[in-house]
Design a protein. Structure first.
Lengths: 160, 500
């Protein structure tokens, strides 16, 4: 079969916790705003069953999305290429040759730092071709940045 | 003209050059145009007093002063392999860019500039926007010479051809590939702009008809019927008249933008030159080295009249400045194909039969077109039942018909091919495009699949590139075909990730 296999490495299991808390925050915020609006602004009424349905949908999202996403998110860096797989409902796999990688970014968001996580983004000359790996262990992310920078530098060419 | 100094340092200081003094005539006119709202305000306000006060005086002096200041404070030079532009009176601002980062050179001339034989040179560096250098106002000849110098600096000098028993020296020349023909204006009403205008006309006519009561149920009163018939004729005549105006406007727009069009290829420095514009002329030069492919635009409207347009996929063109990479405006399809073949240097990728994406991909096009249409139809029927407007139910057929036509066209448009060193992809209906990308310009692959696509075993394959729209999309292709395509187009990249 000529199909692509999944990239070999998983992201940190702590990413699952991070996504769960993020989804929980979003759900609570959405429901809160809706409840507040319905309470303050009388012409706008939400039937109780619609609200209950929304609560169930948010709960399902909070529980299922992070697990699904963790199962999908994978990455791999070889001598000649980087390969990532991200998403959940819609999945995006990206492959870029080492010779075309222009910059390697390391980012530690305020939220991600709470979990000791960081993300690594390898950009190419195409705006459509950045490869982002979210939810890597900090230490591992730093090593990956060093490794990618070294390998990308080793290949000559202007990467366009 | 300054020459680039010879390599050995220290470099002699190259003097700064002024722009053409004739720009002093252009700037005030332009500033007056910019200050027009203020000027009108001042004149209107001043009219009551009926005397020439200081506001009126300021309104004349300020634009002229700004123009003068701009001329006096702007200088440029080519020094130490860099183009430098210095401007500003209070805070000096120096824009400087290395010559080997220069990717496109545009020459534009507004009507005022053309009268004075002046032109603006815009030097594009590919980073987009802020870094572009505008040399606003050089004599046309000097602008052309500067462009030749800049474009020549992009590529290494040609090997010496003057040795006696070698090839004869390459004679520089300009080959005109396409030149404006008046018959092209017949495509103007069929462009998207023309269609939008026509849709607006149809909408207005329907609205008028509605206001005059044609959509109501007819009553039996003969007087009312004859009155309606009379106004129906009036609305029809009005519709035709407005349609005529819209067609005229689209033709005028086409002429203004594309009059004097000429596409040529110069041989010694290897670049394409697009010249167009009836009033403001614009010359864009694209270096062969930066050309990564072409996109043949074949929107539904143009296809109906066997037309098409052509644009170049070039690295280093500002993305926000759409149109600057256009190679051909709406023109006959045969010409588009001929020029596309000339640009990519081969007939095959232009005419190659495309590989079909299979029944599952076609089904997906149909469902994606028909499901929203069906929802709209159902909504209309429900509305008709709820509101006693029985006529609405008839309208429900409309979205279904449009959806079916779109689905059919989008399904038959899907296709891709790998012809030699060219990746060819086609998709879309209203804005169908056939894109040809050199395989060595592919700098990565994205395989996108939603849950629905995975169930159908399809992926959307995206070849990322540094030029044009940054991506060439092969829509809904069976996964194994996509993987085979990636490995054949760029050997040695995706093989290592194949499942064995």
């Amino acid at each position: 079969m000529t199909e692509l296999r999944e990239p070999s490495e998983r992201v940190s299991p702590r990413a699952r916790t991070m996504w769960t808390l993020g989804a929980l925050g979003n759900s609570v915020f959405t429901l809160g705003v809706l409840a507040l609006v319905a309470y303050v602004w009388s012409p706008f009424t939400v039937p109780w069953w619609a609200f209950a349905l929304l609560v169930v949908a948010c709960a399902a999202y909070t529980v299922l999305m992070p697990r699904w996403r963790y199962a999908v998110h994978r990455w791999e860096a070889t001598e000649t290429a980087v390969y990532t797989q991200t998403g959940w409902w819609s999945i995006e796999r990206r492959i870029a040759p080492m010779s075309r990688i222009q910059t390697v970014d390391y980012e530690e968001g305020a939220f991600a730092r709470l979990f000791g996580l960081a993300s690594v983004t390898a950009t190419t000359a195409s705006a459509a071709g950045a490869l982002a790996i979210v939810g890597l262990d900090k230490q591992l992310a730093r090593e990956l940045v060093d490794q990618l920078t070294r390998r990308a530098d080793a290949v000559p060419g202007d990467a366009t | 003209m300054t020459e680039i100094p010879a390599p050995p340092p220290p470099l002699p200081e190259t003097p700064w050059l002024r722009l053409d003094p004739r720009m002093l005539l252009v700037h005030p006119v332009r500033e007056v145009g910019r200050f027009l709202p203020v000027l009108i305000g001042v004149v209107v306000l001043g009219a009551g007093g009926n005397r020439l006060g200081w506001p009126q005086l300021l309104a004349v002096v300020v634009p002229v002063g700004i123009g003068l200041a701009r001329y006096l404070t702007t200088r440029y030079r080519i020094h130490a392999d860099r183009v430098e532009l210095r401007r500003g009176l209070v805070s000096t601002h120096i824009l400087s860019t290395s010559l080997d980062r220069v990717r496109t050179v545009d020459i534009t001339a507004s009507p005022i500039q053309r009268v004075l034989s002046l032109a603006t040179v815009r030097i594009g560096t590919g980073t987009g926007g802020d870094d572009d250098l505008d040399l606003d106002g050089l004599p046309t000849e000097q602008a052309r010479a500067l462009r030749a110098q800049l474009l020549h600096s992009i590529r290494p000098p040609a090997p010496a051809t003057d040795d006696p028993d070698g090839e004869p020296a390459v004679v520089g020349g300009e080959e005109v590939v396409a030149r404006f023909e008046p018959a092209w204006v017949r495509y103007a009403p069929f462009t998207s702009a023309g269609f939008v205008a026509m849709a607006a006309v149809v909408g207005v006519v329907f609205q008028l008809g509605d206001d005059l009561g044609f959509l109501d149920r007819f009553e039996d009163d003969p007087a009312a019927v004859s009155l309606r018939a009379g106004s129906a004729v009036a609305v029809a005549v009005l519709g035709v008249a407005v349609l005529g105006v819209v067609v005229a406007f689209s033709v005028i727009g086409y002429l203004v933008a594309n009059g004097n069009f000429a596409l040529s290829h110069t041989t010694p420095d290897g670049s394409w030159h697009v010249r167009r514009g009836l009033l403001t002329t614009r010359e864009t030069s694209l270096d062969d080295e930066r050309l990564r492919g072409v996109a043949v635009g074949e929107p539904l409207g143009l296809r109906l009249v066997r037309g098409g347009r052509l644009s170049a996929i070039v690295t280093g063109l500002d993305r926000s400045e759409s149109g600057s990479s256009a190679l051909l405006p709406p023109t006959p399809r045969r010409l588009v194909d001929r020029v596309a073949a000339a640009v990519v240097g081969s007939e095959e990728p232009v005419h190659a039969t495309l590989v079909d994406h299979g029944p599952r991909a076609r089904t997906r096009r149909w469902t994606r077109a028909l499901v929203p249409a069906a929802l709209m139809a159902v909504a209309l029927v429900v509305l008709a039942l709820l509101t006693d407007l029985g006529g609405l139910a008839v309208l429900a057929v409309l979205p279904l018909v449009v959806g079916a036509v779109l689905g059919w066209d989008r399904a038959r448009s899907l296709g891709h091919a790998l012809v030699g060193d060219w990746l060819v992809a086609r998709s879309g209906s209203l804005t169908r495009r056939r894109e040809l990308l050199a395989t060595d310009a592919v700098i990565g692959w994205n395989l996108h699949s939603t849950w629905f696509q995975r169930r159908a075993g399809l992926v959307t394959l995206v070849a990322t590139t540094a030029g044009g729209s940054q991506r060439v999309v092969v829509v809904d292709v069976p996964e194994e075909v996509a993987v085979r395509l990636t490995t054949e187009a760029v050997p040695g990249l995706a093989e290592q990730f194949r499942s064995s």
